[in-house]
Design a protein around this ligand. Sequence first.
Ligand code: NDP
Length: 247
Amino acid sequence: MSFRGKIVFISGASSGIGAATARAFAAEGARLLLAARRAAKLAEVASEALASGAESVHSIDLDVRDHRAVQNAIDTLPEEWAAIDILVNNAGLSRGLDKLYMGRIEDWEEMIDTNVKGLLYVTRSVVPGMVVRGRGHVINLGSTAGELTYPNGAVYCASKAAERSINDGLRQDLLGTPVRVTTVDPGMVETEFSMVRFHGDKERAAKVYKGVKPLTPEDVADVIVWAAGRPAHVNIARVLLTPVQQA
Ligand code: NDP
């Protein structure tokens, strides 16, 4: 499938997997709608994407936790950007990593508001247009954490287990339409994720990858573009990819 002229909306496009996905679709000549909160980082990704071959780029300063802002961002897209073909629901984060009974409530709220409610808000705003236009593909970022709960990670794991249910439920609810739904579930990927998780503590962040050569964001972006590029009658329901050494 050619992505030339296709509109790809990527949430959390300012770093890591989202930014790599922007570059990967750019190399295929797609048109990119890039959303995140850090406008300066988003501008850098937009320039890179244009240099890599994107047909055009439109950036949106967006906090996915704010449902009114999400709906407004989609409703007020310039006409030439409104017909989104591919939605990559990537914005997400982990915070803390504490025993559940000692966790910080603000951390829990941030994870659930972003990974679960933000995912729902963006999906609710974008998918109706796909159904009306009779084409579309939603690609959600899950995680191995969605099926395997690890110590000190209950709330992040729960948020990714919720992603799985939302992904599968959306797919069921779209049966009878041509809109496809895929979850891409990576294991460890080296991005800003661990620094965000440990509130900037470099030492704790570095320990995460001990004994494991992590995936790169480009490894995950490759899979996303591959899934999106299957023929229209093929739905890749789920891709699980892990570093070779990860249990
Ligand atoms: P990064 O921290 O590099 O990227 C996270 C992205 O999400 C950033 O662009 C950030 O942008 C955006 N984001 C966070 N909160 C919000 C918000 N409220 N509104 C809008 N955008 C937001 O991490 P990754 O690239 O690793 O993570 C991307 C996805 O992959 C996440 O869903 C994560 O759970 C998942 N994942 C990551 C793994 C890993 O090991 N790294 C493994 C498995 C899954 P900004 O701060 O500018 O808003």
